[in-house]
Design a protein around this ligand. Structure first.
Ligand SMILES: Cc1cc2nc3c(=O)[nH]c(=O)nc-3n(C[C@H](O)[C@H](O)[C@H](O)COP(=O)(O)OP(=O)(O)OC[C@H]3O[C@@H](n4cnc5c(N)ncnc54)[C@H](O)[C@@H]3O)c2cc1C
Length: 126
């Protein structure tokens, strides 16, 4: 059995597998029986725990959300109306809230917009 045949049993991305094998000077089609014990141990270690250092983050063009914005202290959390300026409402990205990716920012945009629109509707009907 070769290394790549064995690795098909695990959910390891192909590029990551290539990176690790390159680091250990191992070819994917190398037979398992031909790997020295030390290389085999290193292979297991790197597949279980691959340490790396983050060198930098992406720039503004790659950003998914922005920190900063209108302070939540200056906005009613029930209506999203400004506490400083009457009839001025905020929702979404313009507010000083940011979350991890995974839907939190979209949910914040939807929820704050819903609150603001609801409050505006109620005000215009009364
Ligand atoms: C590449 C990318 C991936 C993302 N992935 C995720 C994710 O997986 N999960 C998640 O939760 N969030 C994600 N986000 C963040 C999420 O999309 C935003 O938080 C959300 O769209 C904010 O909604 P919003 O309506 O407040 O602002 P926006 O969606 O930015 O809408 C603002 C709108 O206002 C318009 N506008 C700006 N200036 C003016 C002006 N002067 N006059 C008129 N119109 C104007 C803009 O053109 C835009 O259409 C991602 C963002 C990016 C960029």
């Amino acid at each position: 059995m070769t290394i790549q045949m064995l690795m098909k049993n695990y959910d390891i991305p192909r590029n990551l597998m290539k990176l690790i094998l390159d680091e250990l000077n191992l070819e994917p089609d190398r037979k398992l029986a031909q790997i020295a014990r030390e290389q085999r141990n290193n292979l297991v270690i790197l597949f279980c725990e691959y340490p790396f250092e983050v060198e930098s983050t992406g720039n503004f063009n790659m950003a998914m959300t922005t920190k900063g914005g209108v302070s939540l202290n200056e906005v009613s959390s029930k209506t999203m109306e400004s506490k400083l300026v009457k009839n001025l409402y905020f929702a979404g990205e313009v507010l000083d809230i940011d979350g991890d990716t995974g839907g939190y920012n979209l949910q914040a945009a939807f929820s704050t917009a819903y609150l603001a629109v609801d409050a505006i509707n109620i005000k215009s009907l009364s």
